[in-house]
Design a protein around this ligand. Structure first.
Ligand code: MG
Length: 250
């Protein structure tokens, strides 16, 4: 069941989104060669807790971190670890959520660590742009397929692929609500978008195959062919005045 939010609830979600976005920005500043993913996770947790909020992911389904930190061929759900040390040339996807006053924010960004290759830079730029194109379709009266198609058609035209096994989602009082928000679809198909809907749009784009598998840790999803993957995400409200990004930093 899709839960529509009142304007008062949207204001709360904007605050949860702001904290989530600030935490993500801080995490990005911590990305540099020699840093462990656990150190980044600590930065995230400290900031969120200082705001009086709770890291949405900590303990979610048993997840041990406050952020999901996924490197290179890791698509999503990488577990922060003191053994994972970043090196120049890595791309680092960080996914962060914060819960405060009854609502969650959820956002992700793929950061470059040091110097990355032009090919990988192009993957990041295309994925980031596909998120913006998806958000543009988050209009009342449109359907979910319009969002998915916008993302999919843009990235496939560049010979990248969109992950099928993981999708965006409604977000609100729960981290994952209805509807599912795939990054693929057919224009004019799927759930109709209504004012008050709040969704996480989160393209996961692979340089090679769209296929993924989960490592033996039970969490980390990696590309089946070992090629890099990028992930960008915003929490977005559908309003009568168009899409509003709720995960904006200060
Ligand atoms: Mg999400």
């Amino acid at each position: 069941m899709v839960i529509l939010k009142t304007s008062r609830e949207l204001a709360k979600m904007r605050e949860a989104g702001r904290i989530s976005a600030n935490a993500l920005k801080l995490a990005g500043k911590a990305v540099e060669p020699g840093v462990s993913t656990l150190e980044i996770d600590r930065v995230v947790r400290k900031y969120i807790e200082e705001q009086g909020a709770v890291p949405s992911f900590l303990g979610y389904g048993g997840f041990p971190g406050s952020a999901c930190i996924s490197i290179n061929e890791e698509v999503v759900h990488g577990i922060p670890s003191k053994k994972r040390i970043l090196k120049s040339g890595d791309i680092v996807s960080i996914d962060v959520g914060a819960f405060i006053d009854g609502f969650h924010g959820d956002n992700a960004y793929t950061f470059a660590c040091g110097d990355i290759s032009p090919e990988v830079q192009a993957l990041l730029e295309a994925t980031k742009e596909s998120l913006q194109l998806g958000i543009k379709q988050a209009q009342a009266g449109n359907r979910l397929g319009d969002i998915g198609y916008a993302v999919q058609s843009y990235v496939e035209a560049r010979n990248y692929s969109v992950v099928r096994d993981y999708v965006g989602h409604g977000v609100g009082a729960k981290l994952h609500e209805d509807p599912s928000v795939p990054n693929f679809g057919t224009p004019g198909r799927g759930v109709r978008l209504l004012p008050g809907m709040t969704i996480a749009i989160e393209p996961m784009v692979n340089m090679g195959t769209h296929k993924v598998r989960v490592l033996s840790d039970g969490w980390t999803a990696v590309t089946a062919d070992g090629k890099p993957s990028a992930h960008f995400e915003h929490t977005v409200a559908i309003t009568a005045d168009g899409p509003v990004i709720l995960t904006l930093p200060d």
